[in-house]
Design a protein around this ligand. Sequence first.
Ligand SMILES: O=P(O)(O)OC[C@H]1O[C@@H](O)[C@H](O)[C@@H](O)[C@@H]1O
Length: 724
Amino acid sequence: MATPGTQYMMQAGLATGMSATAGMHSPHLRPVDPNLNDPAHVLPSDLVPNSQTRMALHGCGGQDVLIPYLSIGAWSWGDKATFGYKATRDLPKIHAAWQKLKSVGLTFVDTAQAYGDGESERICGTLFEGMPRDSFVVQTKWHSTSTIKNTIMQASGPKMMLQGSLDRLGLEYVDIYLVHGPIHPGNISTIAKGLAECMESGLTRAVGVANYSTQEMIKMSDELAKHGHPLGVSQCEYSVIRRLPGTSGMIRECKRRSICFQGFASLAGGRLSGKYSRFNQPGRTMRFSSYPMHMLEPTIAVLKAIADKHRVPVPAVALNYSINKGVVPLVGIRNPEQADQDMQALGWRLTKEEIKQIEELEKRVQSDGEEEGGGATAIPRHPSLKADDRSSTIFPPSATHRITMDRSKKPAAIGVGASLPQPTISIQDNAISATLPSGESVTIQLYGATVTSWKANGQEQLFVSQKAHLDGSKPIRGGIPLVFPVFGPPPQNHVTSPLPQHGFARNSNWEFLGKSSSESAETAGQAKADLAMKLDFGLSHTMLTEEFRKAWPLEFGLVYSVTLTKDTLETSLQVRNEGTQNFEFQVLMHTYFNIENISNVRVKGLDSKTYVDKTRNATSHTETSAALAITEETDRVYKELDPAVPVIISSADDDKPIFSLTRKALTDVVVWNPWIEKAKGMADFGPDEAYQNMLCVEAGAVSEWQTLEAGEAWEGGQTIKSRL
Ligand SMILES: O=P(O)(O)OC[C@H]1O[C@@H](O)[C@H](O)[C@@H](O)[C@@H]1O
């Protein structure tokens, strides 16, 4: 079974404007530099593929997989989140389209485990029923993060998940198995091993990658070669208006290595189909190449003129262009009319002049990023890949900046589901906000992945200083700054010594990796809805400033997950050692709780625990109070707490709990309030009296160092309940 919700993860990337070929989309026109065009990869001029022509794609054991020059994209089949799929309405049309395609020999289907949470594969299974196995080609994709087991067991993950795909497809083997995106926590060599196993056990005839950068693709190709297998496919977004894989040299590299390059979103989410205009815009879920239609008018006018000349429909011209450029285009086909149009892409070739005409459009919309190839659409990138792929563009520093560039053009909030009330996310001022249908919300700044707002029961639960810097010039005074890899001033003669107080995580730019919402809480009488929203953020060593990288030259990947439910806020951190040597770290979630008055709260759950009092020369003491009152500057590190036992901030008036804090793998709790003088002394703390409205109760692993061996991962976190 594919896990429900994976489609929402995919949607999250799209909803935030990410693109497969260049990170975030920009709606700004960017002319293609014709000099960037690389004619080296074009289809040989004497080849005019028709629907029966086959291309040999390299597979296991020297065996080729023969594929047509056009592939049928099956994402929409069964996918409700993006395409609003309805079985009664759409399934008969899909079957009718299949009949047409089959009759001309176009039987190459591209599906994925994640499409419609497995429904697309099931539908494919119904199409293949009764067909000789060698009369169709099916390609599906491994979605690495769909289950915990799959995420942890990376080497065996592909085979394990492929078995599930085969069950849904009703087949004994697929022809091609792709990694859906570079988001696997395991490094590329581990995944290569997993793919090799898929081939060696006969579950797939060939393998490939999707959404990989050129460097990642090369790495995968080299790693597979060590197992004696070829990389058969590289798949990225590619169309007339998204040509980076061509202009960046990715397709040329594919050609050099005999890798079949496939381009998805060949019609830019329908924008190049000729059926949309500025007065009839495609739906908002069609987010690939989501340029406003009026910007595409010059392109479409040229495509149309060429189409008229050749007496073919506009989409056939757009697809023919891809084929000319050495690309096997994938095109989503949902009904017989589309099948009719798209199959006309074959059997003829654009002339050189026509290609030039398309490429020399003055107001061309090109991929908006400087990076090439891979990246993240549906599939956010994962920092851990960096261990294997040092020179690739994973987590380019500019990726986070694009969010700022794009935000003014983005809708304020984008629903991710169709029928039931769904959580929404929005991007503003370099921050991601999520709101549940029941009203709770959370805001996380990309700077430091600092949570700066958590609203529940209509009230703000976190304190943020009025003088806090939110412009990335200083760690944010308030919310939940994340402390890593060192707590407090770093010790002398330690690898962390050159770092600033509390490390670098709170003052680095993180990347938003995506959102997943879990189908939780089916309470009596209530419809099942997505009541929990998880937002993932990534930071890897390649994203650090040069200064921080020098100060802590270790290879790491952090994934910080912030999960909002109706009753709780959870923050958890996964630390991965991506290097070849062990490293030590400390971590702390430095929560500033918003309280009405410091004199009216007590902290419970610390009784009899040993603490280091930083206001008394770091001397050790034992807590004697069952309900600690804060009456002066307080800065204590309580040690060896049972993470499952809540630390509670309660009201002194009626003893009722206000916040409770449970932890995972975080056995220390810091209690901090700067009190009058220190508060005045902090330039970013204000107003002066605000010390009365905040209390930091910070879950951490800080009294000792956590040692992380090369290739290993550590995970810890906290769950906060408020106004219980
Ligand atoms: O001013 P910073 O670096 O944000 O630190 C705030 C406080 O953070 C607490 O966690 C420390 O125990 C204190 O010693 C420190 O003063």
